[in-house]
Design a binder for this molecule. Structure first.
Ligand SMILES: Nc1ncnc2c1ncn2[C@@H]1O[C@H](COP(=O)(O)O)[C@@H](O)[C@H]1OP(=O)(O)O
Ligand SMILES: [Mg+2]
Ligand SMILES: [Mg+2]
Ligand SMILES: [Mg+2]
Length: 403
């Protein structure tokens, strides 16, 4: 367990501080003066130092943006009223918190990284807010955003309604294989949010089509395990912040600022000992397919159903071993629903693929094009999991043909 006392809301620290505090995969003795006399070790140490400094200030800015957005969401969830819910064209519920969270993240990233070009691929746009009848909602969002930005006294600005609309609409980027793009789901798991259950603010950075860092703020996720709630009753605090940077591992800390701990996926090798995470919403993932896969693997535990990318965070710290996601045919996955979760899991030692075992490709624009579904687990369990998935899918097709 490591090692760094960091408040995610603290301003971006200087890079050299990070080197000394978070050398992640190697013990400090690997970089002793003696060992650095060896040229190949010296090269490895130099390349490690380079990767540790890479994206350092972007990760700090992402943690700060997601933590502030989480504060906004928590304030809204407490006070949620039926009138906060609007209807979008796709009929999914959108709240002032979705818009407010997106505006806060966009504004904070721009303020924290003023010298960088800014491209954001995000879920929401201001269309409904600009329509007749959107005025009152926009006023409330603008107040929420200003209250949130002034909360810790760091940003001495007051934003206008136009600023908020522009901040939301800066999320219209198409992403793609070149350059850097932020990827944001301002509230992932809106249904969970409205129910008072799990949701996440999910923010990642793509560089040349690859996810290089990710942050998941999960305001309602307990610090203790959700896979086995009896196991750790002392840890009943809630609000977790997961953060991962390429080549540097995954950390978890309390959202209100606490020691960050290095986390790892479970090391279990026997599928029978696995527990499975899936969507709470049956409309989002085929529960019958998951239970067929579970049966083939000999999994004994009942599935754990929770909303949002909180599942990726919980899996990254070993609460469960497998996450299965099989949307109904025709549903197209968006990159903001998986980018942050994927790196949080992969840097914790796990792996996320589509149902055919292909890596997820975030370089194709706003959508993820993939084979059938998404499966996530540790490296040991993946071969048997993919085998069970292929059998279950084949069986599903055969059964459909018999009908
Ligand atoms: N019909 C659907 N099938 C699959 N996923 C959906 C569907 N509608 C919305 N989603 C998205 O699925 C994710 C929630 O997944 P889960 O069921 O695992 O909590 C969210 O990103 C949600 O969007 P949103 O970000 O608007 O909440
Ligand atoms: Mg949505
Ligand atoms: Mg989402
Ligand atoms: Mg969302």
């Amino acid at each position: 367990m490591a090692i760094m006392a960091l408040n995610p809301l603290a301003r971006v620290p200087k890079p050299h501080l990070h080197f000394s505090l978070s050398i992640p995969h190697r013990s400090s003795s690997s970089f002793s003066r003696q060992s650095l006399l060896n040229p190949s070790r010296r090269r490895r140490a130099a390349s490690f130092m380079a990767s540790a400094s890479l994206y350092h200030k972007e990760l700090a800015a992402a943690k700060r943006a997601a933590s502030l957005a989480a504060r906004l969401c928590q304030a809204v969830q407490k006070a949620i009223l039926i009138s906060d819910v609007q209807s979008k064209a796709d009929k999914s519920p959108v709240t002032v918190a979705d818009y407010g969270s997106q505006a806060v993240v966009s504004l904070v990233l721009k303020m924290e990284l003023p010298s960088e070009s800014f491209s954001l691929v995000a879920e929401e746009d201001s269309g409904d807010l600009r329509n007749d009848g959107g005025q009152d909602t926009l006023k409330r969002i603008t107040k929420l955003v200003n209250d949130t930005l002034s909360m810790d006294g760091t940003y001495n600005i007051t934003v206008s309604e136009e600023d908020v609309l522009a901040a939301i609409d800066s999320g219209k980027s198409e992403g793609g294989p070149s350059g850097q793009h932020w990827v944001l789901d301002p509230i992932d798991g809106t249904k969970g949010f409205l129910r008072g259950d799990q949701y996440a603010i999910a923010l990642a950075l793509l560089d040349e089509g690859k996810v290089v860092l990710g942050v998941l703020a999960c305001p309602n996720l307990p610090l203790g395990s959700i896979g086995n709630p009896d196991k750790d009753t002392s840890q009943n605090q809630t609000g977790c912040l997961f953060s991962a940077k390429i080549g540097c591992g995954t950390d978890m800390q309390l959202l209100n600022g606490s020691t960050a701990n290095r986390i790892h996926v479970t090391s279990i090798e026997n599928p029978a000992d696995a527990s499975i995470f899936e969507s709470y919403e049956a409309a989002h993932s085929q529960h019958d397919l998951s239970s067929s896969i579970a049966q083939k693997l000999g999994v004994r535990a009942p599935p754990v159903r929770i909303d949002s990318q909180a599942k990726y965070g919980a899996l990254a710290r070993g609460d469960g071993a497998i996450y299965l996601r099989f949307p109904r045919p025709g549903y197209r996955e968006k990159i903001w629903d998986h980018a942050a979760g994927c790196i949080v899991v992969s840097e914790a030692g796990g792996v996320a693929t589509d149902a055919a075992g292909n890596d997820l490709d975030f370089s194709k624009g706003r959508y993820l094009d993939l084979d059938t579904g998404i499966v996530v687990t540790n490296k040991k369990l993946m071969p048997s999991l993919l085998n069970a998935v292929q059998h279950a899918l084949k069986e599903q097709i055969q059964n459909a043909a018999l009908l």
